[in-house]
Design a protein around this ligand. Structure first.
Ligand code: GLU
Length: 467
């Protein structure tokens, strides 16, 4: 059997971490078995489908590298095919026309609730054999079996059984002529030869209905795997319309796709206590057996930890290219400062995201007029002006501009004018960066370069004069 999976989002909201997990597991399962992965956009709910959500899905999957072998298919482009199947079901009497008005149905529903029954369609039109629907609004319903059970082996949850008596006759075509979700899924999974349906547990209740339709069409039933919920840090179910971040926001916040995928695979799947998986390990090791039945909870700290891990362990030039793109998007002109690779080398073990690195390194590329007020009060004293004067003189003359020689100058100044090295470092740090936090100041000065260093020292000397 050639494995074929699909990711079938409805474009009614952002692509969020829960949908990413469904996509990732489906993609990995296909890749693990050298099968195919299909992208299908389920857009028949015209009132809720949005172009912006379609973009979010496609861009998000592309950013993560979850490439598809077929599609994107759009259900709205397959309406003729659905019509054809519905007609053949009508002919075979597996489906029927229902002219019950919504008012009638609402009354029945309220009565059932009043009498303590589960609301369901009572089958009024099931045996009426209505053919002529001139000028009358109608829907088409599937003739669900009245008795017996639907049993399926869920790959995650084991055997699941539904009583047909619990299911009513599902609408497969709405009064506006549009086929419904449960029906389109069946026809698509059939036509696209999907072997494994991996999706959220919110679809478990749809599964017996879909199986009954598949049975009526006389075709093979795919294998199902329903994934448990993902909860946010407060314990609420994440939802694309409420609390879930669009996956592209992770990119904007400086997360790496490698880190996000690694984080997401661990939301409900494990391989011993291994935490770090690169893409090829994921493809090699992923299986449905080790997916957990319990819900998983978002943990941003863990995601940050993973991102830091990847920033520090992926090849330097790869991370540098990502950072360069990120900085350019943040309107930093990288031609105005050190090459990004040296910057990554210097900073990557201090920060967790590309955003943090970018925010911390503007001073390499841009001049600034603002110094941290407290730092100025403490270190930019008249007395300390001599540190700046000496640094200016000595750095101007320095024959070979490198980290070692700069730190020698700093040590010499400290000895010669009898000020602690720490004090010298701080004064130079404020002068170079505007603040008191940075990696080793000699490395910073080295990367900033002689010309800008001298300029900034001059500027600080003037600043102190004017205090
Ligand atoms: N379109 C459905 C959704 O976005 C998924 C359908 C399926 O996977 O069968 O929830």
């Amino acid at each position: 059997m050639k494995v074929k999976t699909r990711f079938a989002p409805s474009p009614t909201g952002n692509l969020h971490i829960g949908s990413i997990r469904t996509a990732l597991y489906s993609w990995l399962f296909a890749r693990h078995h050298s099968g195919k992965f299909v992208l299908r956009i389920e857009d028949t709910d015209l009132s809720r489908s949005q172009a912006i959500s379609i973009n979010s899905i496609i861009n998000g999957l592309k950013w993560l590298g979850l490439n598809w072998d077929e599609g994107p298919y759009f259900q709205t482009q397959r309406l003729n095919r659905y019509k054809q199947v519905i007609n053949s079901m009508l002919e075979k009497k597996d489906a029927y026309i229902c002219i019950c008005s919504s008012q009638e149905l609402e009354q029945i529903r309220l009565k059932q609730i009043r009498e303590g029954h589960k609301p369901r369609y009572p089958g009024t039109c099931r045996n009426l054999k209505i053919k002529n629907t001139s000028n009358q609004k109608y829907v088409i319903r599937f003739k669900n079996p009245l008795s017996g059970k639907v049993v399926f082996q869920d790959k995650i949850r084991g055997e699941i059984i539904f009583d047909n008596a619990e299911l009513d006759d599902l609408v497969i075509q709405r009064s506006n002529g549009m086929p419904t979700y449960n029906f389109c899924v069946v026809v698509d999974d059939l036509d696209m030869e999907i072997t494994h349906v991996i999706r959220g547990e919110d679809h478990i209740n749809n599964t017996p209905r879909q199986i009954n339709i598949l049975n009526s069409l006389g075709v093979k039933i795919p294998i199902y795997a329903h994934l448990s919920m993902i909860l946010d840090e407060e314990g609420h179910k994440i939802s694309k319309r409420k609390n879930a971040l669009n996956v592209i926001e992770y990119s904007k916040n400086g997360f790496l796709p490698e880190a996000l995928l690694n984080y997401v695979i661990r939301l409900g799947w494990s391989y011993g206590d291994k935490e770090i998986f690169n893409i090829s390990e994921m493809q090699e090791l992923f299986n449905l057996k080790s997916i957990s039945k319990s819900s998983s909870t978002i943990n941003i700290k863990k995601l940050l930890w993973m991102n830091k891990y990847y920033i520090n362990n992926l090849p330097l030039n790869y991370v540098s290219n990502l950072l360069q793109d990120y900085m350019t998007n943040q309107k930093i002109d990288i031609k105005n400062g050190p090459d990004v690779e040296s910057l990554v080398k210097l900073l990557r073990n201090r920060y967790s995201t590309l955003k943090e690195i970018t925010e911390s390194c503007r001073y390499f590329y841009e001049e600034f007029d603002f110094f941290n007020k407290k730092a100025v009060e403490k270190y930019f004293t008249k007395k300390n002006s001599s540190i700046l004067e000496e640094s200016y003189k000595r750095m101007k003359k320095l024959s070979i501009w490198n980290d070692y020689n700069i730190s020698t100058i700093i040590n010499d100044i400290s000895l010669d004018i009898k000020v602690k090295t720490k004090e010298v470092n701080m004064v130079l740090r404020i002068s170079m960066t505007g603040d008191i936090y940075s990696p080793s100041i000699s490395s910073i000065i080295n990367l900033i370069g002689r010309e800008k260093t001298l300029l900034r020292i001059k500027k600080s000397i003037n600043y102190i004069k004017n205090i």
